[in-house]
Design a protein around this ligand. Structure first.
Ligand SMILES: C[S@@+](CC[C@H](N)C(=O)[O-])C[C@H]1O[C@@H](n2cnc3c(N)ncnc32)[C@H](O)[C@@H]1O
Length: 271
């Protein structure tokens, strides 16, 4: 581990904030030291100052993106917070009649969330003999996680909470050197549009959504960023559509344009 001066800490936290709106407060000092010391070692540098000088001399270079990737939390799980998938089934899919259902996983990380949505739709459709037209979008600021998401490749360990029948139906098991891996079947991967998107950008071209999953992302943003982002996302949700947050997130004090209708499930209010 390398020592981190206030000057280097302030530089790193300000450039990360400027780019991704990820708020690296003083509490994250230890995280910066542990994660970026690995980068300093990998680049054969000898200090944080050498590292920050390198970033300053290579603005927008690949190390900047690698640094943001190293400092962001990409943890995800299949069927994480299962009540959201129950809600999708019991409320959204049950009431679906016609047209195209648009769902966006807006901080998708390595894809577990969007594949869980897709498996839920496919299973509901089969069990209820109901044809559902849908469009699924998955985006993240990190190209690295998107690459993994769109490859659909996971360790056996990552898929242990997928019910066995779904695992057998929607995944292929690796063999030989890949015997500890599974891969999402191609026709599922093809159903999802993966793309890089920085949520702090002020506008994006997307169709109006029935549901946005924005789970376990705003927790890393400060209050002004949350307010601005939620206000913007409101305009991307169809009237009566839903915004779904993560387990420790809330819109309290952030927006009055949504009504809480379930555990971390919000419905767009139309006045
Ligand atoms: C903890 S993961 C959440 C994954 C998934 N939604 C879940 O709940 O399991 C948070 C993700 O937010 C992404 N992220 C952070 N800042 C972002 C930004 N400004 N724009 C888009 N994605 C961002 C990170 O790259 C990371 O993959």
């Amino acid at each position: 581990m390398y020592p981190l001066s206030d000057k280097d800490f302030n530089y790193i936290s300000s450039v990360v904030y400027e780019y991704a709106r990820i708020n690296l407060t003083d509490k994250k000092r230890a995280l910066i030291i542990s994660r970026l010391s690995k980068r300093i070692r990998a680049l054969k540098m000898s200090s944080f100052t050498e590292y920050t000088d390198y970033l300053k001399n290579n603005p927008g270079g690949s190390e900047f993106q690698t640094m943001v990737d190293s400092l962001s939390t990409n943890y995800s799980l299949f069927f994480r917070e299962p009540h959201h998938f129950d809600f999708l089934k019991e409320t959204i899919l049950k009431s679906y009649q016609k047209g195209e259902l648009s769902i966006w996983s807006a901080a998708s990380s390595t894809g577990q969330e969007v594949y869980s949505v897709l498996m839920t739709i496919r299973e509901f459709s089969r069990e209820n003999n109901k044809k559902i037209q849908y469009k699924l979008f998955a985006s993240d600021i990190s190209r690295k996680v998107l690459k993994k998401a769109s490859s659909g490749t996971y360790d056996l360990q990552d898929v242990k909470n997928i019910p066995r029948p779904l695992l057998e139906k929607f995944f292929l098991k690796g063999s030989g050197d890949n015997s500890e891996m599974v891969k999402v079947k191609k026709d599922l991967i093809r159903d999802i549009k993966f793309f890089r998107l920085n949520l702090s950008d002020t506008s994006y071209q997307l169709p109006p959504m029935d549901v946005i999953f924005l789970r376990n992302a705003i927790i890393y943003f400060d209050q002004p960023t949350k307010i601005e982002l939620i206000d913007r996302l409101h305009s991307y949700i169809k009237p009566g559509g839903y915004l779904i947050l993560g387990h420790s997130e809330s819109l309290s004090g952030i927006s009055e344009k949504f009504k809480l209708i379930g555990k971390t499930i919000y419905k767009r209010i139309d006045l």
